[in-house]
Design a protein around this ligand. Structure first.
Ligand SMILES: NC(=O)c1ccc[n+]([C@@H]2O[C@H](COP(=O)([O-])OP(=O)(O)OC[C@H]3O[C@@H](n4cnc5c(N)ncnc54)[C@H](OP(=O)(O)O)[C@@H]3O)[C@@H](O)[C@H]2O)c1
Length: 260
């Protein structure tokens, strides 16, 4: 890694020829992860709600010689996921890797102003969607003795300014991932979780000026914000056989801001 934060991503030859489903693949961390998987020879289905963003990621992959399918779904909807499941099987015939990264909605909401509707939306989008995604592809993961990587957040690991609903949902992802790792280990399926602190994405660049982001970066022990590629590199490690004896962990990728 350079001091400017540009990372040199390891390659994982064992991933070549595998198939992956990446939810949240239309932008940000999920898109970077989908592209990194494709560079390692993985056929990738990117899932999100924004058709044109998904097509952009899939085209970037196919233009570089990779294989990609763009599948529109709201991952809180089991019917949508079942449709994606059918599309993936039709196109690729199986699934080895599920990357359940769809989610978000970490913006601070004072608990006094929280509504039941917003609470449920956040828990649905961050926690329920993650479970539904994994359970939808369990038959294929069982057949392939596959791997799953889920997305928590530092907000689920320690107190933060994020909404209580987001903290609860992401802590739920940590607990659910550990539970599934234990439950599915006898089937040869590994489940690991990633818990990033602030990752610079389009949304952060929209809501914070360069100066505000620099100021925030200086609060991190490693003195920078994370990048989608930081998360993609760790995800590829957890999806590959390089981590063959690792399951049930939560990897804090936080520039040193979370040291449990
Ligand atoms: N950025 C950070 O600082 C940070 C830190 C910790 C954890 N995370 C987590 O990392 C994940 C990705 O975040 P990001 O920073 O890359 O944010 P982003 O750029 O806003 O991307 C969010 C992704 O999730 C998808 N998504 C959200 N709700 C969905 C739903 N119901 N159904 C299908 N897709 C859905 C979006 O798809 P569409 O737009 O196509 O609908 C998009 O691809 C989230 O789970 C977030 O909580 C982010």
């Amino acid at each position: 890694m350079t001091t400017s934060g540009l990372i040199v991503m390891a390659s994982h030859p064992d991933l070549a020829g595998k198939t992956a489903v990446v939810t949240g693949g239309s932008r940000g961390i999920g898109a970077a992860t989908a592209i990194a998987l494709a560079r390692n020879g993985v056929a990738v289905t990117v899932v999100g709600r924004d058709r044109s963003a998904l097509d952009g990621v899939a085209t970037a992959i196919t233009d570089s010689g990779g294989q990609a399918l763009a599948a529109v779904a709201d991952c809180t909807s089991k019917a949508d996921l079942d449709r994606v499941h059918a599309q993936v099987l039709d196109r690729f015939g199986g699934v080895d890797i599920v990357i359940a990264f769809a989610g978000g909605y970490g913006q601070p909401v004072p608990s006094a102003a929280e509504t039941a509707e917003h609470w449920r939306q956040v828990v649905d989008s961050d926690l329920t969607a993650t479970f539904l995604t994994i359970s939808t592809f369990l038959p294929e993961l069982t057949a392939s003795r596959g791997t799953v990587v889920t997305m928590a957040s530092s907000a689920g690991r320690q107190a933060s300014r994020a909404a209580a609903a987001y903290a609860a949902a992401k802590a739920g992802v940590v607990g659910m991932s550990r539970h599934l790792a234990n439950e599915l280990a006898p089937l040869g399926i590994r489940v690991n979780c990633i818990a990033p602190a602030t990752i610079e994405n389009e949304r952060l660049r929209r809501v914070m000026s360069d100066e505000q982001r620099d100021q925030l970066a200086r609060t991190y022990p490693l003195a920078r914000l994370g990048t989608p590629e930081d998360i993609a590199a760790a995800t590829l490690f957890l999806a590959s056989s390089a981590s063959a004896w690792i399951t049930g962990i939560t990897l804090d990728i936080t520039g040193g801001s979370v040291m449990p």
